[in-house]
Design a protein around this ligand. Sequence first.
Ligand code: NAP
Ligand code: MG
Length: 499
Amino acid sequence: MTPPPSPSTATRAFLARPHALYIGGRWVAPLAGRRFDVFDPGTGERIATAAAGDAADIDAAVAAARAAFTGPWSKFTAGERSRVIWKLADLIEQHAAELIELEVLDNGQPLAVAQHVVRNLAPEFFRYYAGWPTKIEGATIPAAPQGRRPGEVLSFTLREPIGVVGAITPWNAPLPMLMVKLAPALATGCTLVLKPAELTPLTALRMAELCSEAGVPDGVVNVVTGFGETAGAALAAHPGVDKIAFTGSTEVGRLIVKAATGNLKKVSLELGGKSPVIVFDDAVLEQVIPGAARACFFLQGQNCMAGTRLYVHEKVHDQVVEGIATIARSMQLGHGLDPASQFGPLISAEQRERVRGYVEAGRREGGELVCGGSAPARPGWFFQPTVFARMSADMTPVKNEIFGPVLCVQSFGDDDLERVAREANATIYGLSGSVWTRDIGRALGMVRRIDSGQVSVNMHAAVDPAMPFGGNRQSGWGREFGKEGLEPYLKTKGVSVAW
Ligand code: NAP
Ligand code: MG
């Protein structure tokens, strides 16, 4: 096996740094002096070490964020905040080569994915939010409090930044997860303490520097790397934090809600998913087959929107399953930095064991393994893209979020539409989903029935900065992206002035 291409000098120099915490615009050592290793999932080798912040470091970061919130950041005009965010987008483009390599090395994703994120999605996302500061407006209200007559009172609302935000993010897409919290926080005038996933701290550290270069005042963006149970828990419970923006598992989401009860801080949650993909017999199969493969296997299935439950009409079932299996078998597994790789590793050895456990459960419970199902013999935490046919609603891999490349297929007939609609909603999750058909009535009928924050027709996981995204049921609270993505960062003050 050829070794992965070696990263650029700039990236190697960044990896070799003794990474610290970014607090109040300075790199500071963690107070307790602890560190942890950062691994490349594509080789399984250690590539860097990071600082393990804990409760005392979170205290310092929250104090810095508070000082910046009431101090210099509050003096920025809306237009000035806009320019800073736009500049950050420019800097991401200027440093794209390095950010791409860091994201690939940290997370394992194929080069093409990181290139799309760094060159397109992230700059577009920041520029979309750069447009908002000058458009955040309250309203004048025709109120008549305490018997006042028109002309005797002026009532209006102010939209104010919510304050100090604690952002806790997962490892599956490190830069996008950070970006969806950072951009609206900056747009609204909030300050931020970010705790990235311990498995992928690197791009967050580089972004902290780029924020500073973009003109974000010291203390507005603070990064405390470390563990969830220590740094994350301290942030979620901190009395000086006004809001937590969390993306991660439903299980930890529940812990965040509990931790927030002390000061009743506001909480927004982007949690797990188990999204249905429903294919009718009139769908364009040349689009369905690559579309459904991508829906499940993008980011090796480590994607909250992953379309992991495929319902296919019996007339086209065999053709669709064979088509997806052919793609799965032909996908080039490899290190993300190798441009030929189409499918990267899982994030960790532990995650691979989790996935393997679900595959074994699927086999035991009678699923038909069409392809994949094991780990190839090579360094790194790879697992083959896997397709199970003849699955049913009660099977373990169908009910649970696997967060790995495992597609579960079920078929349906003309008489089963009600069952499919019911089963589509029969998990605790409601994040995404898609319907594939040429019949607009059928498509919209299913769109209405699927209880999730996002449904696409003849495509899956349609992501755009302007499109609200978030979960129903146990997939979350609130929305990110778009205009709605600003709401969790704002509070409304009703003001009445008696003349
Ligand atoms: P996770 O285990 O819930 O961790 C997410 C973040 O929370 C990490 O930074 C983690 O720190 C931290 N954390 C862990 N325990 C904590 C605690 N007690 N208090 C405060 N913070 C704590 O999730 P993950 O395994 O990283 O990511 C996978 C999950 O994220 C999947 O369920 C996926 O569906 C979900 N996800 C959802 C979306 C969405 O937009 N809806 C997007 C992406 C991913 P450590 O790194 O130290 O564990
Ligand atoms: Mg890593």
